[in-house]
Write a protein that binds this ligand. Structure first.
Ligand code: TXA
Ligand code: MG
Length: 328
């Protein structure tokens, strides 16, 4: 059962409690409805991908009540500060480097060193974010492949029965997604056109470049091969060690990414899920790859135990096969 909550004090208190407890709550913003989950809770973030039925881990936008809260988690440069002053709160999402102490789960950013952050202008969304007191990861609240919802009823049609609640704040004023701008480099790059126009951005920071968003079809989506393409390097994460998939035995010079009962004999082991739980495994995936990279000194590669091709296993295997793709 999905609760339909009114966007009033009581509704927001309930929604915030659900979010803080790790449940998923869709909420209205001025652009489109977001499928919210506590961004610092990797299991809640994994649940977002389950609810959306996404076969791949796209990086998600993290929502904050104000710029100060956002810039506590990412490093703002001069351009980011100027853009925030001009367009926040509003329909602009900025991609910036994560701070070392950023509490957002690696899965929310699909393992990248950068994070997409946004301060929505909608008063109800802001009040909700303040009540939650943590960043809220929120892709558009539709099933994978469907259009973004702009009313609570749309969300109910798409996700009813799959999430804890929908906070009904009426129809979305803007109706299209936020503009996604990568501000992590020397010159801002427009990754997705949206509610704030290119012209409006250029009036504030001068000429910007246009790039492709990170997504399943973009050639630069993290893979060892893609790491070789210049310009796509910085923001993409692939482990430094080679990756061997479908391991049924493991050698002493290999780091093991285990799923279920670990194979014996590995140099170091990172357990994705001892119980063989796919949500837990997804929540641990990027942390595991990074941990093995950091702790696999002297290892020749990472061996990965088979993960079943069902539910979240599709997205996990998709990401692992990108990590294992031969170097270009
Ligand atoms: O208006 C919106 O932006 C809505 C509301 C709910 O805020 N959210 C939304 O999220 O549309 P989503 O997940 O559907 O789109 C996020 C976009 C994707 O195109 C993704 O590739 C890009 O942002 N993105 C997220 N993190 C990124 C990163 N670290 N680097 C580059 N692109 C990123
Ligand atoms: Mg979307």
């Amino acid at each position: 059962m999905t609760e339909l909550l009114l966007d009033d004090e009581a509704g927001r208190v309930r929604a915030a409690a659900l979010l803080r407890g790790g449940a998923l709550v869709a909420f209205g913003t001025e652009t489109v409805y977001g499928l919210g989950g506590d961004a610092t809770d990797a299991r809640a973030v994994a649940g977002i991908f389950v609810a959306k039925g996404r076969p791949r881990f796209n990086p998600l936008i993290c929502h904050y009540p104000d710029a100060a809260a956002a810039f506590a988690d990412v490093e703002a440069n001069e351009a980011a500060r100027v853009l925030a002053a001009a367009f926040w709160p509003g329909a602009l999402t900025m991609v910036l480097p994560r701070r070392p102490a950023c509490p957002v789960a690696l899965l929310a950013g699909a393992g990248l060193d950068t994070l997409a952050v946004r301060v929505p202008a909608h008063a109800g969304a802001q009040a909700l974010l303040r009540a939650v007191g943590r960043p809220v990861a929120g892709p558009s609240a539709n099933r994978s492949g469907q259009v973004s919802p702009t009313t609570a009823l749309h969300v109910m049609h798409e996700l009813g029965g799959r999430i804890a609640a929908v906070l009904d704040s009426g129809p979305c004023r803007v109706g299209v997604e936020s503009t996604v701008l990568d501000v992590s480099g020397a010159r801002p790059v427009l990754l997705r056109p949206g509610g704030v126009t290119r012209e409006a951005i250029e009036a504030v920071v001068g000429e910007i470049a246009v790039g492709a968003p990170i997504g399943p079809s973009s050639p630069g989506f993290p893979s060892r091969g893609a790491l070789k393409s210049p310009g796509l390097l910085a923001s993409h994460y692939a482990p430094g060690l080679e990756v061997r998939l479908g391991a049924v035995t493991v050698a002493a010079d290999e780091g093991l990414l285990a799923f279920g009962v670990p194979l014996a004999g590995a140099g170091v082991v990172f357990q994705l899920s001892a119980a063989g739980d796919l949500t837990e495994a997804a929540a641990n995936l990027f942390a595991g790859l990074r941990w093995l990279d950091a702790n696999g000194t002297g290892m020749s590669r990472i061996a990965v135990m088979p993960v079943p091709m069902e539910g979240l296993g599709l997205a996990i295997n998709d990401r692992l096969s990108r990590a294992a793709a031969p170097r270009a």
